[in-house]
Every structure is written in C-alpha cells, then in structure tokens.
Design a protein around this ligand. Structure first.
Ligand code: CA
Length: 227
C-alpha cells in the first residue's frame, strides 16, 4: 500500500481516481489546487503524486518545479491533455517521472502507478549504482554499464530478473519462483526460459561464465545469488 496524493481540481475526476486507487489498496488524499498540493506534500510526504497540469493558483508545472527545487524526490505522474506534446516534454524536463494523456484508461494509470512505485521502492533500498560482478547497474533508470562505463543493452526482463536475484541474496530460488515473481506466469511450461536468461546474465556479470561466482546453480532447484 502506498500513500498517493491526487492533485486535480475537477471533483468528479478526483473522486473517481480516489475510488480506483483505494480499490487498488492505496491511501489517497486529494489536493484541489497547486498551493494545496505543495502544502499537502510537505505535510503528508506521499509516496507518489498524480499531478494535473491545469490547476487553480499554481499549474502542475509550477508544482513539479517547486517540489524538485525543495528537494522532494516523490515520484510524479503528470496528467496531460491530448495533443499537448509540449506538456509531456516540459513535464519530464521539470522532473516528472511519467505522464499519461487525458482521457486515459484507469487501468493504464493503475499499471503505470504500480510500475513507478516498484521502480522507486528499489530506488529507496538500493544505492544508485550497484556493482554486480563485472556489471554496474542503475536500477532507478534501468541502465547497465560495463567496466569501461559503456552502456550494456539489457531488456527490462533481464534487469528485473537480476534485481530479484540481488534482492534475495544467498538463498536458493526455484525456477518456478522466478517465473512467478519476475514473469508473472500462473503456469510455467517453459522453465528453460529462466535458464536462458541466467546464461545471458552470467555472460554479462561473471569473469568466467562457465565457472560462475555470483549466480550459482542449485541442482534440482534453481539458482542462488551470491553478492
Ligand atoms: Ca484540471
């Protein structure tokens, strides 16, 4: 459960969002204008802010800029109007983390919110750059670097798998657990999938991928991550 601040001046939209987020298990507060948004952020320290742009007193842009200037790192999803490409660009430049265009599906907003909360909870628990064998990974931005500092192309799934291993060190983790937790499969006909991903991660991380020191095989079970 997260504490979410919805900043929206249209009462119907605000209460609709509140209902949906509450249904999704979150604690929700509503601010109806830009100044209230700043006050409530200061007071309530929300985990995430849904921020409309067109607001009384202060625009969403001003709110976003001021929060970042005051040092608040709270993740922000901006609500932009359709066709206002410039809003998206400006919002992200001012420090918003994501945006969604009105009219939007609530389902998509909920999905984006969950993804952003996941990303930022990693941020809170991890140092910005994590050294994992030969690889350095920034789990906030989902970017990996090699020893020379060059970016290593990795898919989101590879990074999520790696993140799961890193978050559960020194423990035997079954392929089924990885499929459920990382892939989200309910039934898993292809546990080979995991093995293929592990081979790829070893190539990136290990000095000698055939003699792994970080991602070990646990025979008959799965894998164990050793930092
Ligand atoms: Ca509005």
């Amino acid at each position: 459960m997260a504490k979410i601040l919805v900043v929206e001046d249209e009462p119907e939209m605000a209460s609709g969002l509140k209902d949906n987020f509450e249904f999704d298990g979150h604690e929700v507060h509503i601010a109806a204008d830009g100044e209230e948004a700043l006050d409530m952020t200061q007071r309530l320290k929300p985990d995430l802010i849904i921020l409309d742009i067109m607001l009384p007193k202060k625009s969403g842009f001003d709110v976003c800029r001021e929060l970042r200037q005051r040092g608040f790192q709270t993740p922000i999803i901006m609500l932009t109007a359709r066709g206002q490409e410039i809003d998206k660009v400006l919002g992200l430049e001012l420090g918003a983390d994501d945006y969604i265009t009105k009219p939007f599906s609530v389902r998509e907003l909920l999905a984006r919110t969950r993804a952003l909360l996941r990303r930022t909870s990693v941020q809170a628990g991890c140092p910005p750059l994590l050294q994992i064998g030969r690889l350095r990974v920034d789990f906030r931005r989902y970017v990996a670097y090699d020893e020379q500092g060059n970016e290593v192309p990795m898919t989101v799934r590879e990074l999520e798998l790696l993140r799961y291993l890193v978050e559960h060190p020194n423990r035997s983790i079954s392929r089924e657990e990885l499929l459920t937790e990382v892939w989200g499969y309910r039934n898993y006909p292809l546990s080979r999938t995991v093995d293929n991903f592990i081979l790829r991660l070893r190539k990136l991380i290990e000095q000698e991928p055939s003699k792994p020191r970080h991602i070990l095989t646990v025979h008959g079970i799965g894998y164990r991550f050793v930092p």
